[in-house]
Ligand binder design. Structure first.
Ligand code: GLU
Length: 310
């Protein structure tokens, strides 16, 4: 299996390097528009802790919405299932930054992975803290689950989004009007933009996802990050909501829980078997990495990793 896995990731990286149709790099955040679309990286950590990597697996990229998985884990740890009174658990079927959907649903975002939902999650983490302390908590959590203290926030990306994030500001103000934000709008936005601006490599991201792949446990530190029940539920949300309005298609093609970000990264979880991260900056029409999705489709087929059967 180890050789098969290494062969698979190597072949996938080689195949992706030849693709000329690579999708479009996100340009609504100016700093992300500067990223070279030719990058491709992949990293897989298996149940023994062995890591298979290929391509640009050690280059840091902006994890963007993948950070929403870690923010959700922290918010659930802090306020527990009470969070579900403020955020739903249904796929959205709408764009990740839809304003009409929020109006329609009276300020209760469909799920924690669309932007409105992640703003409520961020608000929950922020309560009782200053923005700086809240961000420190998120970053420390990542250092712990990834076993890597070099993970950092890219302040240039955060500022770039802060300068242009009018749509997220609209969503946050709207949530506040429905009393579903408890902290000042600017503070919630500041923490949100900064956790989206965390930079990680595929290797670091795959390491960080281990607690979701392996029943909530921290494989090297021992003990639990979350209960197995909670890990299962976060995985369920990743499967149903992790790719915005492309979630159904991703489940159909790839068949594993995964969360994408507009930086072109995807974290994928094969329960009991592997934690996977891929990165290719070009996006498809729904804002998901074009080649990253294809790479996961090939990997899941080759390894027989779809959760729906091999
Ligand atoms: N920071 C991005 C935004 O709010 C995250 C979106 C994403 O990665 O899908 O627009």
């Amino acid at each position: 299996m180890k050789e098969a896995l290494l062969e698979a990731v190597t072949a996938i990286a080689a195949a992706m390097a030849t693709r000329s149709e690579r999708g479009r790099v996100a340009d609504y955040i100016p700093e992300l528009a500067r990223v070279d679309p030719d990058h491709f990286g992949i990293a897989v950590v298996d149940a023994d802790g062995d890591v298979a990597v290929a391509g640009d697996a050690d280059a840091p990229f902006s994890i963007q919405s993948v950070s929403k998985v870690f923010a959700l884990t922290l918010a659930l740890g802090k306020i527990g299932d009470g969070l579900w009174r403020r955020v739903g658990r249904e796929p959205s079927g709408n764009a990740f930054n839809s304003i009409t959907q929020l109006e329609y649903e009276k300020g209760i975002p469909r799920n924690p992975f669309i932007n409105a939902g992640a703003l409520v999650v961020t608000d929950a983490i922020l309560s009782g803290h200053t923005p700086k302390v809240a961000l420190g908590e998120i970053l420390r959590f990542l250092h712990f689950v990834a076993d890597d203290e070099t993970i950092f926030i890219d302040d240039k990306v955060a500022k770039s989004e802060q300068d242009t994030g009018f749509r997220n500001a609209a969503l946050a103000n709207y949530l506040r009007a429905f009393e579903n934000l408890r902290n000042p709008v600017e503070m919630v936005l500041g923490v949100y933009f900064h956790h989206c601006a965390i930079a990680m490599s595929c290797r670091q991201l795959a390491m960080a996802g281990r607690y979701l792949a392996f029943g909530g446990r921290h494989p090297t530190a021992g003990g639990r990050v979350v209960s197995s029940e909670r890990a299962k539920r976060i995985n369920a949300l990743m499967l149903t909501c992790g790719h915005y309005d492309g979630s159904g298609d991703f489940a159909f093609r790839v068949g594993i829980p995964a969360k994408s970000g507009v930086g072109g990264g995807i974290l994928g979880v094969v329960p009991g078997k592997a934690s996977i991260a891929v990165w290719s900056p070009g996006l498809d029409g729904q804002g998901n990495s074009l080649l990253g999705s294809e790479a996961l489709e090939i990997l899941s087929r080759r390894m027989g990793w779809s959760i729906f059967g091999d």
